[in-house]
Each structure stands twice: as structure tokens, then as C-alpha cells.
Design a protein around this ligand. Structure first.
Ligand code: ZN
Length: 271
């Protein structure tokens, strides 16, 4: 095993689990250009709502999500040749026609603006917010540096600004906490941004994995109708994700699953 604490940061859900609130569905009038993404209603006391998985309906849908991680201090490593992107993974998703949601850090979009734009403009995908710096929103989150509460909102807004700067359009109002770590303070700090926090119910274990088959098995064992699977779109920290996807996709299709983006799961949770 070559897993490190930092690598495990994105693997395990922490913070308190909360029940999703009824979603506000998108407007019913079909509009391919401007349609308001579905979001969850605010939680009690106006806290940022948290989405973990869709409804467990017989219409078996599953959302693969990919965190495009790059922290604010990894620029020198990228300059030295480390790859925080994974173009082959994106190409495979396209070749297999698999819709997916990419939770991107602002720093990643700055480093890879062409890819960020390309992902954002492809209707197969949707881009969502994974903070600017990939620093933690709670005090104890796998050793990640901590964002002070008064800077949390700015972390989200700076990422959206980085997406705009890179030319990424149509970014979704969904936010994934770095490491999945959040608490009431963090949910309160982000309430005014209007985002829906998106967690997951299936951990792929792809971070620092070396065995694609083991990653695929873990996903295939965990997926249920409405599942959200967390994976990564960064070669250096998740080198076997693309191979795992090639195993996961045909098997889940064989089982009758349909791949959707997170927005469809959130929209469907109101039904
Ligand atoms: Zn992450």
C-alpha cells in the first residue's frame, strides 16, 4: 500500500451525515441554453444543504464524480512535471459516453485552463466547485491546512472566479468539501453562496491505489440505485482510475444502471 494520510483525505467521508432535503426541481419548460440547475432547499437555520445520494428507485441511476484536485501550493510540483490532470480518463469517459460530474479546484483550472474549458463545454460533463485551494473546512481533516471560517466563502468564490477566468461556463452550484470534511460552522459559512454541498455514499478508494481491479470491485460492491461515487481526475494521486472506469462502466450497465450527472440525482430527489 502506498496510501498516505494526505491521499486518504479524499477517501473517507467525515463530518456529520445529514438527511437531504427536498430538491427544488429545475423549471419544467425545456431550455437547452439556460436552465436553472436543481439545488436542495437550505437546511435548518438556513444552513448549506448536503446531498449524499439520490433516491433508491427502481430506475437505477448512478453518478460517477471525479475530484480534480490540486492544492494552492502544488504549483512548483506541476512545474517540475507532476501531472495533476488526467486527460486519458476524460477521453475514456467520452469514448464510453459516460456522463460525469467533475469537482474542480480553482487552482486546477488555473493550471489546466484548456482542459477545464473543454470539460465545462462538453454536455456530457458538468463542472462543480471543490474550493480554490483544497484546504480543509474543519480543524482536523487528514492533515490538510485549515481555512479560517472567515475565508471559507472566499474559497468558494475564488474557485468560481478561476473557472470564469479559464472560460469554463455553466459551472454548477454544487460544492464538495476537500476531504469531505465539514461541520455546522462550515455549512453556516457557505450558506450565503447558495451552493448545495455534495458528499457521496460510495468511496472508490482510487487515491494512491495501484490495483485498478480492487478499485473496480470496491465500487461494484458499493453501488446502489442513486449512488454517488467519489473518484479522482488527477494522475499523480490516482493513477489507476481510468483503468478502473473501463471495468466499472460495462459491469454497471450490464446490471441495468444508467450513468447520470449529480444534477440529475438532485433533481430527481424531489420526485
Ligand atoms: Zn479533493
Amino acid at each position: 500500500m502506498s496510501a498516505t494520510l494526505a491521499g486518504l483525505a479524499a477517501l473517507a467521508a467525515c463530518g456529520t451525515a445529514r438527511t437531504p432535503h427536498p430538491a427544488r426541481p429545475a423549471p419544467s419548460a425545456p431550455s437547452p441554453v439556460v436552465s436553472r440547475p436543481p439545488t436542495l432547499a437550505p437546511g435548518p437555520a438556513g444552513l448549506t444543504p448536503v446531498f449524499k445520494n439520490g433516491t433508491r428507485t427502481p430506475d437505477k441511476t448512478v453518478a460517477l464524480t471525479f475530484d480534480a484536485d490540486m492544492t494552492a501550493d502544488q504549483g512548483p510540483r506541476a512545474a517540475a512535471g507532476e501531472h495533476f490532470d488526467n486527460p486519458r480518463l476524460i477521453a475514456t469517459l467520452r469514448a464510453m459516453r459516460v456522463p460525469a460530474t467533475v469537482f474542480m479546484t480553482g487552482r486546477w483550472a488555473e493550471q489546466y485552463p484548456v482542459q477545464a474549458r473543454s470539460i465545462g463545454r462538453d454536455p456530457l460533463f458538468e463542472v462543480a466547485n471543490h474550493s480554490y485551494s483544497h484546504y480543509a473546512f474543519t480543524g482536523d481533516c487528514y492533515g490538510l491546512p485549515t481555512v479560517p471560517q472567515e475565508r471559507m466563502r472566499a474559497e468558494v468564490e475564488r474557485a468560481y472566479a478561476a473557472f470564469r477566468e479559464a472560460g469554463v461556463r455553466g459551472v454548477m452550484p454544487y460544492f464538495r468539501f476537500p476531504g469531505g470534511c465539514y461541520d455546522r460552522r462550515a455549512l453556516k459559512a457557505l450558506a450565503s453562496t447558495g451552493v448545495t454541498a455534495v458528499q457521496w455514499d460510495v468511496v472508490s478508494g482510487d487515491a494512491f491505489a495501484t490495483d485498478a481491479g480492487a478499485v473496480a470491485r470496491q465500487v461494484l460492491d458499493g453501488v446502489r440505485a442513486g449512488s454517488v461515487v467519489v473518484m479522482h481526475c488527477t494522475r499523480s494521486a490516482a493513477p489507476v482510475s481510468e483503468r478502473a472506469v473501463r471495468m466499472i462502466v460495462p459491469e454497471l450497465r450490464e446490471r441495468g444502471f444508467r450513468f447520470v450527472k449529480v444534477s440529475e440525482l438532485i433533481g430527481g430527489s424531489a420526485l
